[in-house]
Design a protein around this ligand. Structure first.
Ligand SMILES: Cc1cc2nc3c(=O)[nH]c(=O)nc-3n(C[C@H](O)[C@H](O)[C@H](O)COP(=O)(O)OP(=O)(O)OC[C@H]3O[C@@H](n4cnc5c(N)ncnc54)[C@H](O)[C@@H]3O)c2cc1C
Ligand code: SF4
Ligand code: SF4
Length: 540
């Protein structure tokens, strides 16, 4: 080799040697190789199901969306029974409302659960404020009811005694304000009634226990968890949801509970003097203690357009039959919107228009997409994709399309999903923590047993009512037991409809027109004064 070549070659070799010895370059190279290896591994690693049975409610949402029948209910919990058929689409995890079912890469840990931080007696970081039921991280009806009893028993054992307040002012606070009338909230209210504590239940929907009330018609309700004792005052039995709600309505009425439906609580704050202020659209309520029992269905999203607070605008379709012959607008592109459009058409609505911002219904189930396509093809549903509602008036809706559109309208259903209640809870001072996916809450009957409470609630509504009122049931049935004077509601009418009478008078009610008449078959919840209900309905 000539001397002229040897020098540059030696220099190149030297540079290479120096580069190879440079630790930063070596590290960078190593990381690059690791990333490439991880990518290669991820390409072959399968998505795995992780199902936390403590959180599974058996609602079947995951089973319904699975295109290849991989999942099935076993002992009322979702299980992977045909894993080999899984096409890895992960729709099941997206459909699960309780995060019981999540998916993770083979070899990785499942994602953690974000849960509210609570003491062992379910008190939040705000002293005197308790969080119970599904929103506390423990789904299922018996659990919610046991937790409702637990927190009231804890309040009593820490010095809360019956006062005579109505909650109308800070000088006149009510003992306990309960947000939400699901099994958790109702159970808390019944426990207050048992101990003579003044309580009011504020419920944002027009019906009590709206989650259970809105199970699919005729759904068989399972008193779950099977191994857990019901140590609350709320009767819970295997039955149809219609029977269950009728029984709960009956005990609410006969125990004289104060339940104010149609009243969403916007915010709860603790004042410097320890009292709580609960703000709703029309009033402020003052309470010595607060129970948050809001479930996990969240706050329905709204459009934010003029006219959205009109009585004809709603965020849930209860009664498609009520729109026979009417012109109805449904807004949204998910399953609820598509199902509502089909139900309205089937029930004889005169004109059904479906407006959606997107260009296709990618999020909805195929079954619903196909059904809507058929109705559109038959000219029974007017479909406005890529459209936006800009204004709602008493008799019209204005919809923005490429060429603009205005249609005559009697009712609007805004079905564009709901925001998880996490933000609402944060506003109320509830803190959250991360827990492993397999985290188990513990048995709620054991929590009550720890307080010396062991007697189970009778399955029979009447027997349960005697127990709430602290009296021994007579040997033979003699009709419902008497309720103390001043709290006795009207006698129950025959048949499935019942009235829930509110004993609490909110300050300065503002009258508004009455909403749609209730469905014959639905449990009718009449609230006194009427203005309170109408006000709530107008906001929904
Ligand atoms: C389809 C389906 C089937 C199920 N089947 C079963 C079953 O067979 N057995 C079983 O044990 N469990 C079942 N579950 C689960 C069970 O319904 C819930 O775990 C249970 O209802 C939780 O009770 P909760 O009191 O915590 O909340 P919920 O029952 O959800 O009640 C919360 C209430 O609070 C109200 N609310 C919310 N926010 C506010 C606010 N800001 N102001 C005022 N009110 C508010 C809501 O309108 C609602 O009425 C099922 C759930 C679903 C969705
Ligand atoms: S990932 Fe898809 S195919 Fe597999 S179980 Fe879930 S929904 Fe079914
Ligand atoms: S969707 Fe979730 S809660 Fe419902 S059955 Fe499946 S795993 Fe259970």
């Amino acid at each position: 080799m000539s001397a002229a070549l040897a020098v540059p070659l030696a220099l190149v070799a030297l540079c290479l040697l120096m580069a190879m010895a440079n630790p930063r370059l070596i590290e960078r190279q190593r990381k690059k190789q690791e990333r490439a290896a991880a990518r290669a591994r991820a390409q072959v690693r399968r998505w795995m199901h992780a199902i936390n049975t403590d959180r599974c409610t058996g609602c079947e949402a995951c089973i319904e969306v699975c295109p290849t029948f991989v999942l099935e209910l076993v002992a009322h919990k979702s299980h992977v029974v045909r894993g080999e058929s899984c096409i890895q689409c992960r729709q099941c995890a997206q459909a699960c409302p309780t995060s019981a079912l999540v998916m993770h890469r083979e070899g990785d840990e499942p994602p953690t659960l974000r849960m509210p931080e609570l003491s062992e007696v379910l008190e939040t970081a705000v002293p005197g404020q308790y969080l119970i039921g599904e929103v506390a991280g423990k789904p299922l009806v018996k659990n919610a009811a046991n937790m409702g009893r637990l927190v009231i028993e804890h309040m009593r054992s820490t010095g809360l005694s019956p006062g005579r307040g109505t909650g109308a002012s800070a000088a006149d606070p009510i003992d306990v304000a309960i947000v939400g009338s699901g099994p958790g909230g109702l159970s808390a209210a019944l426990t207050c009634r048992h101990h003579g504590l003044g309580a009011i239940v504020l419920e944002k929907e027009a019906v009590i226990a709206s989650t259970v009330s809105r199970y699919p018609r005729g759904k068989v309700f399972m008193a779950e968890p099977i191994a857990c004792r019901n140590l609350s005052f709320l009767p819970i039995v295997d039955t149809s949801k219609e029977e269950l709600i009728a029984g709960w309505t009956r005990i609410v009425v006969d125990a004289g509970l104060a339940v104010q439906t149609g009243t969403a609580v916007d915010e709860v704050t603790r004042r410097a003097d320890g009292l709580f202020e609960l703000k709703t659209a029309a009033q402020v309520l003052y309470a010595r203690r607060v129970v948050l029992a809001i479930g996990t269905r969240g706050k329905p999203r709204t459009l934010g357009v003029p006219g959205e607070s009109l009585v004809k605008v709603a965020t849930m379709l209860d009664d498609p039959e009520a729109h026979r012959g009417q012109s109805v607008l449904v807004v949204g592109g998910g399953d609820s919107a598509l199902e509502a459009a089909c139900a309205l058409t089937d029930s004889g609505a005169g004109r059904v228009t479906l407006s959606y911002r997107g260009r296709s219904f990618a999020r909805a189930k195929k079954r619903n997409r196909d059904a809507v396509e058929r109705l559109v093809a038959a000219g029974r549903v007017e479909l406005l994709l890529g459209s936006q509602v800009v204004k709602i008036t008493d008799d019209l809706v204005v919809i923005e399309l490429a060429d603009g559109k205005m249609i005559e309208n009697h009712a609007v259903y805004v079905l564009i999903g709901a925001d998880a209640p996490l933000k609402w809870l944060e506003k109320c001072g509830v803190k959250s923590v991360d827990r492993p996916h397999w985290h188990r809450f513990g048995a709620t009957d054991e929590m009550l047993a720890g307080l010396g409470i062991h007697s189970e609630c009778p399955a029979d509504v009447e027997q349960a009512l005697w127990r709430v009122l602290g009296r021994k049931a007579p040997a033979r049935r003699q009709g419902p037991p008497p309720v103390p004077a001043g709290r006795r509601p009207d006698a129950l009418p025959a048949g499935p409809a019942h009235r829930v009478v509110v004993a609490w008078e909110p300050p300065s009610p503002a009258a508004r027109p009455r909403p749609r008449p209730p469905d014959e078959e639905r449990t009718q919840v009449d609230v006194v004064p009427l203005a309170a209900r109408v006000r709530g309905k107008a906001r929904r």
